[in-house]
Design a protein around this ligand. Structure first.
Ligand SMILES: Nc1ncnc2c1ncn2[C@@H]1O[C@H](COP(=O)(O)OP(=O)(O)O)[C@@H](O)[C@H]1O
Ligand SMILES: [Mg+2]
Length: 270
């Protein structure tokens, strides 16, 4: 595998990541043991940013795959392609990661069908192998390879949950929205708005998060707060910015929208 191939997956500049507990140290220890890791938590709370940061800190290439229900095992492992010279094998992202010793991040793994999920099994136990059945090749994972998956417990239904035989191959870290002070700093840092305004956005999120399970499927994520801050920083009037990013994406229910708008109006006046 050429040097270039590795370089293209390196995280070259330090991603901004504010640690919330001891997750950085715990992950480092897990990486040293090459333990497969599962990051659990609601959407937009910092899981992907954390993986980017850790890949940078550990100086490992990072290959991210956004999982979806149409994804097949071939999309992960690879397939034969037809070109003018005949057939040519092309590695999928999981195969590339196993060969070059990357951190492979399967984002929202629950979205993938279970027959897709089982192909990670031999990679996530003592074997650390990946069979390319169509090609008739058995890959032994590079010693630096690590598999990381993300998992949103909120979305799970009986149809869409990981099997115990999959779950019990991973160490896991729980993620949640950062504490008020940390989240305020994150929103201010990420968007350039002042800390006072960022604090108000976080307060609005706290109100909405209390509505989870009482009409809302999910609370307002840190990601959406960053969106709100970005618009405000671009000069958008704060109430409009909040409606566009913290209310409209979240729900179509008129009563719930009204409740959220009231929360916005508590902190910002037009
Ligand atoms: N601890 C954190 N440090 C820095 N930025 C964060 C943190 N948590 C959340 N963010 C911000 O929230 C956004 C969404 O986080 P992301 O990692 O994409 O969420 P997830 O992968 O959990 O859905 C990031 O792009 C970043 O702006
Ligand atoms: Mg993510």
């Amino acid at each position: 595998m050429s040097k270039n191939n590795v370089e293209q997956y390196k995280v070259t500049s330090e991603p901004f990541y504010k640690s919330v507990e001891d997750e950085v140290e715990l992950y480092e220890a897990a990486y040293k043991a090459r333990m497969p890791m599962m990051l659990k938590g609601p959407t937009g709370c910092g899981k992907s940013r954390f993986v980017e940061y850790m890949a940078w800190k550990l100086q490992r290439p990072l290959i991210t795959v956004a999982c979806n229900e149409d994804m097949t095992a071939s999309d992960l492992v690879g397939r034969f392609l037809l070109d003018k010279d005949g057939t040519r094998w092309q590695d999928g992202p999981l195969t590339t990661a196993a060969r070059i010793g990357a951190i492979c991040y399967l984002d929202e793994i629950v979205e993938a069908r279970q027959d897709t999920t089982v192909i990670i099994h031999p990679l996530t136990d003592h074997r650390r192998t990946l069979p390319l059945e169509k090609k008739g090749e058995l890959i032994e994972a590079h010693e630096d390879f690590q598999l990381v998956i993300s998992y949103n417990p909120g979305y799970q239904s009986l149809m869409k949950d990981l099997k115990q035989s999959t779950k019990q191959r991973f160490g896991a870290l729980d993620f949640d929205y950062p504490l008020e002070k940390d989240e305020t700093d994150i929103v201010a840092q990420e968007t350039g708005i002042d800390v006072e305004t960022a604090g108000k956005l976080v307060q609005i999120a706290h109100r909405a998060r209390n509505l989870k399970g009482h009409g809302l499927d999910e609370g307002i994520s840190t990601r959406l707060l960053v969106y709100a801050g970005q618009l405000i920083n671009k000069g958008v009037e704060p109430v409009s910015a909040c409606i566009m990013t913290l209310v409209t994406p979240l729900t179509d229910d008129p009563d719930m929208r009204e409740t959220l708008e009231a929360a916005v109006n508590t902190f910002f006046v037009k």
